[in-house]
Design a protein around this ligand. Structure first.
Ligand code: K1U
Ligand code: ZN
Length: 172
């Protein structure tokens, strides 16, 4: 398994804005990509990662919402689709490995029903709420070229990108 470079808004915005393409089959090559993504996410560390964040424009997401004192619980989502969203929305503080060190509240539906293919290529349908609902919506936004900062005001978004650019210059 390989830890890949995570693309960030300062240098890689054009790639992060791409709409990812559906996966045709869940085969060993795709499982290798998902293994690398999970390793990359754990290394960051983060709780979710979309393939476009490592430069691959495929509709693939990995996630692990296990708490520190719980065993790892990796989840894999291929071609995920939202089937239903609750009318009720709520704010949740989000972060993004592609927008490092920026956190802000985003308002989203608090419950969703989704379908996807898992690591084995089996079709799954399930409900998500709380952090799971927030994280899957955040990651599915990535598949459509949308970043959590796109849900903020233009002023907040421009400030966030400027802050990430400044930090990248300081690191160089
Ligand atoms: O970049 C990403 O898409 C991953 C992102 C997922 C996410 C976090 C919070 C709300 C919505 C979506 C992250 O993982 S940011 C880092 C993070 O949340 C975290 C890092 C270490 C420990 C616990 C959480
Ligand atoms: Zn993100």
């Amino acid at each position: 398994m390989t830890v890949r470079r995570i693309l960030t808004v300062d240098a890689d915005l054009a790639v992060l804005k791409k709409v990812s393409a559906p996966v045709e089959s869940v085969d060993d090559d795709l499982r290798r990509l998902m293994d690398d993504m999970l390793e990359t996410m754990y290394d960051a560390p983060g709780i979710g990662l979309a393939a476009i964040q490592v430069g691959v424009a495929k509709r693939v997401i990995v996630m692990d919402l296990a708490k520190k004192d719980e065993p790892p619980a990796p989840r894999y989502f291929v071609n995920p689709e939202i089937l239903w969203t609750s009318e009720e929305t709520g704010p949740w503080e989000e972060g993004c490995l592609s927008v490092p060190d920026i956190y802000d509240d985003v308002e989203r539906p608090i419950q969703v029903r989704l379908k996807y293919l898992n690591y084995q290529g089996e079709a799954i349908e399930e409900d998500a709420d709380e952090l799971y609902a927030v994280c899957i919506q955040h990651e599915m936004d990535h598949l459509n070229g949308v970043l959590f900062i796109d849900h903020l005001s233009r002023l907040k978004r421009e400030r966030a990108v400027a802050k990430v650019k400044k930090a990248a210059r300081a690191d160089a």
